[in-house]
Design a protein around this ligand. Structure first.
Ligand SMILES: Nc1ncnc2c1ncn2[C@@H]1O[C@H](COP(=O)(O)OP(=O)(O)OP(=O)(O)O)[C@@H](O)[C@H]1O
Length: 759
């Protein structure tokens, strides 16, 4: 008891020490806010002076102060989270953030009797804060001086003696957790022994209940993850790792790191591509929590094209066709063939120079073929089509030989063109005969099986044509349709439009002001969406769950980063695409010959060992020889198996087990079913509250829950040729408890274990 009290006293004292530091930081932040407010007021006052010079100065100040205030307010919450106590550095040189730059300890930092005095203490937070005398109160987590907080290990401690994670809420420090990097050393700080509290922050973070939003991992990034986050923005940074190794977390922290490193370069925007809208909403809070807003757009594959918002999935056989690179050849044909719609006019009749002129179906066909012999996008060929029509009509008018004088001949021709091309009959003919094609219209044309059959001849077989046409006749867009729309957009070309003259707006004179307004009025999400909508290309593209992109999707994503650097994270073992080699080839084409740096993440932070072991059995079937990542913790709770005898019993069993899991964990429960059971599964869970969700196997990508119920593994595995890998994804979503409910097709043994999961 007495020993426990002593520990509590030391803990309380250490919390008090950190509280004092946090108070000091807040005092400094308040000073800075006052400074910012003063700047704003001062700027507003100067605004009364109406000279152009004063206006420009005013707006620059308002702009800076607005950004400043906005950042401070956002990052005020819980932003100090770490501390390192370091040995004296080798050379005593300080960096711009006031910290010593040396990575190695001074030769005499450790005395011969294995004692040492702490030479420097740094606090780490979401932004850097300097004291009035420029000494560092908080170091930005992305600054070089913060790297040892993440990199240091007992094997390679560098200068770090003690690494401390501080938990705080608003202005209050709630707790501290320490790791000793040099446990053999007797270190003192200001002459007193260095106390050590707790068992480390990583385990504390991993044990926390999960919600429907991902948390940042800024206080417990591990060394192998830190290497990826801070990797220089080489052309392509390629990260592979099994489920739960932190790929998504690392990708998001990397976006924040890159912005910090080179804000100007990434003002061109960072695009994060996510497979599903569910994963977008799960992850979108992480960057704002790291103090980044605006510059980063997170988009689901089904929302990458403006105006499209798809979250429906085709059946696997159809998505296999739509995703395959064979579609490119079909789309090329369709983009041109769609011009010839069944209701296109067969005759052109105009009146010019007092005569009736006609072009017959035969003439028109010839002209069309002539125009299409060029390779330009169809919509850009429209002016040429118009010219050739006028040529043919002019030839028919007999006016061509009327003047031998070239000047008069040219005048006659131009008055002919003017007359005809403004005639209603000609204009409406051109619109119908060479319409400006929108991608959606071509996709609709492909829903006609006969026409599609023509365009897909020798590319798709008749069965594939039938399936594809049928799926395109369904209302609404599927996720895979979006990549087709994007391809068509390129194939059709956007017609050049005359530029609209901008009206004069006196506010335009106020440089900086319009940039300030969005900071004040838009939410981070709205701003990101606006920027994303305005942008078609980005400075950096991050692809999450990259193993799932189809060849057509790689082409779509590739177009958004033609001059970008890339971070690609994925796990081939979780791929739901039937032909990973074809997708890899399309990926390589999208990325061109850019050099790559490869990283591998090897530790599973999500699943307890008991769950990882079970998932490993499916991995062995799905990808023989592929190694599972090493689970970092074990809970002693083994997965549970249940079985139902017939399909009709599924509803009750799912509901009952979901309710049990809800009572067992504090956080979320995910019920994963085969895709075509999504709707009924949601009904089964009706009324159980919002901690539990039902999701189709393909939607489970990237998500995690405290407990997962995987319903009928055989149904999930049989859904598609990639079914076993999809099942592997489903089995690796849980942070604490997993139940597998065997259905009719699972052939469970007497313990309820489905055949797929037996040894
Ligand atoms: N260093 C860390 N500290 C604390 N938590 C971590 C750390 N690394 C990863 N995690 C946690 O582990 C879980 C898995 O991370 P994440 O979703 O990024 O993995 P992933 O590799 O993308 O997984 P999957 O391939 O299954 O989608 C998350 O809850 C994440 O917060």
């Amino acid at each position: 008891m007495a020993a426990q009290e002593a520990v509590d006293t030391v803990r309380d004292r250490e919390i008090g020490v950190e509280q004092e530091h946090l108070d000091q930081v807040y005092r400094r932040l308040e000073e800075k806010i006052h400074e910012a407010e003063f700047l704003m007021n001062d700027a507003a006052r100067k605004g009364h002076v109406g000279t152009p010079g004063a206006l420009a100065e005013r707006d620059a100040q308002v702009f800076r102060a607005g950004i400043h205030l906005n950042r401070l307010n956002n990052e005020f919450e819980d932003f100090l989270f770490g501390r390192i106590d370091l040995l004296e550095g080798k050379d005593g040189v300080r960096g711009p953030d006031g910290a010593h730059t040396s990575v190695e300890p001074a030769d005499d930092a450790v005395r011969p009797d294995n004692t040492a005095e702490i030479g420097e203490t740094l606090h780490i937070g979401r932004i850097g804060v300097l004291d009035a005398d420029y000494s560092p109160l908080v170091i930005d987590w992305r600054a070089p001086a913060a790297a040892p907080f993440y990199r240091s290990t007992p094997v390679e401690p560098g200068r770090v003696v003690r690494r401390r994670v501080i938990r705080s809420k608003g202005r209050r420090v709630l707790g501290v957790e320490d790791d000793l990097m040099r446990p053999e050393l007797k270190a003192t700080l200001d002459g007193a022994e260095l106390p050590v509290i707790g068992d480390g922050a990583l385990m504390a973070a991993l044990g926390q209940a999960r919600s429907h939003s991902m948390r940042d991992i800024v206080s417990s990034i591990q060394a192998e993850q830190d290497l990826v986050i801070r990797a220089p923005a080489a052309s392509v940074t390629y990260v592979e790792g099994g489920p739960g190794t932190g790929k998504t977390a690392v990708a998001l922290h990397r976006a924040a790191y890159l912005l910090y490193q080179d804000r100007r370069r990434y003002a061109g925007g960072i695009l994060i591509v996510s497979p599903t809208p569910l994963l977008v909403s799960y992850t979108e809070g992480v960057l704002p929590s790291l103090g980044e807003e605006g510059q980063v757009a997170i988009r689901a594959l089904g929302s990458l094209v403006d105006g499209a918002e798809a979250d429906a999935y085709d059946e696997p056989a159809v998505s296999r066709i739509k995703g395959s690179s064979r579609m490119l050849a079909v789309l090329r044909k369709a983009a041109r063939g769609a011009l010839e719609s069944p209701d296109a006019p067969q005759l052109l009749r105009v009146v010019a120079f007092g005569r009736r002129l006609e072009l017959t179906a035969e003439d028109l066909k010839r002209i069309r073929q002539n125009v299409l012999s060029g390779t330009a996008p169809v919509n850009l060929l429209r002016p040429r089509a118009r010219r050739l029509l006028l040529d043919a009509l002019y030839a028919r008018s007999g006016a061509a030989g009327r003047h031998s004088d070239p000047e008069l001949a040219a005048e006659l021709r131009s008055s002919f063109d003017e007359d005809v091309s403004t005639e209603d009959a000609f204009l409406s003919f051109l619109d119908a005969w060479w319409p400006e094609l929108a991608p959606r219209r071509v996709l609709d044309a492909m829903a006609d099986e006969k026409r599609l059959g023509r365009w897909a001849r020798r590319i798709l077989n008749p069965g594939e044509v039938r399936r594809l046409a049928r799926s395109l006749r369904r209302p609404g867009l599927s996720v895979h349709d979006v990549a087709l729309l994007d391809e068509l957009h390129t194939l059709l070309g956007a017609p050049a439009r005359p530029k609209r003259k901008r009206e004069y707006d006196p506010l335009d004179q106020l440089t900086g002001l319009e940039e300030l307004m969005p900071v004040r009025e838009e939410t981070q999400r709205e701003r990101a969406e606006r920027l994303a909508a305005e942008r078609t290309e980005y400075a950096h593209v991050i692809v999450d769950e990259a193993q799932d992109l189809t060849p057509m999707q790689w082409r779509m994503v590739g177009r958004r980063g033609r001059h970008a650097t890339w971070t690609i994270v994925g796990d081939p073992a979780q791929s739901s695409w039937s032909d990973p080699d074809e997708a890899a080839a399309a990926r390589d084409e999208a990325l061109g010959s850019r050099p790559r740096r490869r990283f591998e993440l090897t530790v599973n932070y999500r699943n307890p060992a008991e769950i990882a072991e079970l998932a490993g059995k499916v991995l062995a079937l799905a990808m023989p020889g592929k190694e599972s990542p090493r689970a970092v913790r074990s809970t002693g709770v083994r997965p549970r198996f249940l079985a139902v005898a017939k399909a009709g019993d599924l509803a009750g069993a799912v509901r009952e087990e979901a309710a049990r899991l809800l009572s067992e964990v504090e956080g979320t429960v995910g019920v994963v079913v085969a895709m075509d059971r999504r709707a009924e599964a949601a009904r089964w869970l009706d009324g159980l509250g919002d901690r539990v969700v039902a999701l189709g196997s393909l939607e489970a990508k990237g998500l995690e829950y405290d407990a997962t119920l995987v319903v009928s593994p055989a149904e999930i595995a049989d859904e598609s040729p990639a079914g076993l890998r999809v099942l592997y994804v489903a089995l690796t979503r849980s942070t604490q408890a997993l139940t597998v409910l065997a259905g009719e097709r699972d052939l469970p043994d007497e313990a309820g274990v489905p055949d797929l999961l037996r040894d």
